[in-house]
Design a protein around this ligand. Structure first.
Ligand code: GLY
Ligand code: MN
Ligand code: MN
Length: 437
């Protein structure tokens, strides 16, 4: 944890959630550690909801919020343990955590069950991430039963159980200024990594060598982890949407599709660029690339406050459908291609998703059955693509062209900010960057 840590934004978010709860108790556990194999764990990643409300990044921690006349925010965490700290490093312990993170109280995690039985008594509602983890469902319902057993002494158990994520997801959907600052940094580091990858690519190199360039740039810039496993996909591998093998050699006339972004202080960037391994687009590659780029431009133009969530997707889709007709990959009018969904053979995913602490971030896309209206502070990706596999009914010149162009956007008062624009994406800018020097 950095010494310049400011607990105030987290305290504000806790107060905001407590006021929305009105009455009741909320229990928000962080993520468990995950074993990788005998004696080793995956690098630890906290739970996004827990972190959003605490800024606390140690495992084995639970936040408890009590709403009502005497609101409280209480942390349960690991105790200080000099011996474990010799092996694993610093841990706050309840006293220092309470002080540094601004909780009203903090207790050892081992006391959680006993304290929860006390704290739940008389509360009308229990809120937690219902159904996310079966072990927590069982544990919390078991504790609620223990409160119920005290009914004869006049103690009541919560008779209402609600999912705390309903309110939290809505809060996370609109990013605060401080969150945008961090997201800009994640975006800039990731964009620089794509530039580095373009400079490093050449025929005969292996996909994993380019992956190494990306990871080097992330880590050397202070972003210790990618936000998701990087996709480094040469040639036909670019048509495999979740390809992460990253183990094939790059061919002379291949395109290389890279989908990679880093995580900074928990916030993700998510960028895709597609470029020719030899630095010069072939004619057919360029033709398809320009369609996807125009689709992306149409989507970005529709990303404005007051527009609906589906408008960027619909705008991109129309351009792609027209492009597929022009390429003779789809027949009929653009409207009939859209109506029959014949475009789905080549463009089978949607054009974006909310972005934040999670790569596919929290927040509903529809409200009361209607696509959500875009508002300042919403952040999301815009990522149209076109994936043409080898097939008898497809001209050979188009085989194995897999293209996606993905940027990260923040809605502003009068349009949007493209957080990732440092990564080149026009044909001219990519070819210029990749020129041999
Ligand atoms: N990299 C994951 C995605 O683009 O959604
Ligand atoms: Mn994405
Ligand atoms: Mn992506």
């Amino acid at each position: 944890m950095m010494s310049m840590f400011d607990p105030a934004p987290y305290a504000r978010r806790r107060a905001c959630l407590i006021s929305q709860m009105r009455r009741g108790i909320a229990v928000i556990p962080t993520a468990p550690e995950a074993a990788r194999n005998g004696g080793t764990h995956y690098p630890y990643r906290f739970d996004s909801h827990f972190y959003y409300l605490t800024g606390f990044d140690e495992p084995e921690a639970v936040l408890v919020l009590v709403a009502g006349d005497a609101p409280q925010s209480i942390l349960f965490c690991r105790e200080k343990n000099r011996e474990r700290e010799v092996w694993d490093g610093f841990r706050y312990g309840p006293d220092a955590a309470k002080e540094s993170f601004g909780f009203d109280a903090a207790f050892p995690i081992a006391q959680l069950d006993e304290k929860l039985v006390e704290l739940m008594g008389g509360q009308p509602a229990l809120l937690y991430p219902v159904g996310r983890d079966a072990a927590w469902d069982t544990r919390l319902l078991g504790l609620r039963n223990r409160v119920q057993e005290k009914a004869r002494s006049g103690v009541s158990a919560p008779d209402e159980i609600r999912d705390v994520r309903v309110a939290l997801d809505e809060m996370r959907l609109i990013k605060e200024g401080a969150e945008l600052v961090v997201m800009r940094r994640a975006a800039a580091i990731s964009a620089n990594a794509h530039v580095r990858a373009m400079r490093a690519a050449r025929p005969g190199r292996m996909e994993y060598e380019i992956e190494a360039e990306l990871l080097h740039e992330f880590c050397a810039s202070g972003a210790r982890s990618p936000a998701y496993p990087p996709i480094v996909a040469g040639g036909g591998n670019g048509c495999v949407l979740h390809y992460t093998g990253n183990s094939a050699p790059l061919g002379e006339s291949d395109l290389l599709l890279i989908d990679a972004g880093c995580e900074v202080e928990g916030y993700a960037a998510d960028i895709t660029r597609t470029f020719p391994v030899n630095g010069k687009f072939g004619a057919a590659q360029k033709e398809v690339y320009e369609i996807v780029l125009a689709a992306q431009a149409a989507a970005i133009a529709a990303a404005r406050p007051g527009r609906r969530w589906n408008e960027p997707h619909d705008a991109a889709l129309r351009v792609i459908a027209q492009g597929l007709v022009d390429l003779k990959l789809c027949s009929g009018s653009v409207d009939s291609v859209l109506e029959s969904e014949s475009y789905k053979r080549y463009y089978m995913h949607r054009t974006g998703h909310w972005l934040g602490l999670d790569v596919h971030d929290a927040g509903a896309y529809k409200v009361a059955g209607e696509w959500r209206t875009l508002q300042p502070g919403m952040t999301f990706t815009v990522e149209p693509g076109c994936y043409i596999r080898a097939a008898d009914d497809v001209p050979q010149a188009l085989w194995n062209i897999g293209i996606r162009i993905e940027d990260d956007l923040a809605i502003t008062a009068d349009g949007c900010e493209v957080l990732t624009e440092v990564a080149p994406k026009t044909v001219a800018a990519i070819e210029e960057l990749m020129k041999p020097r």
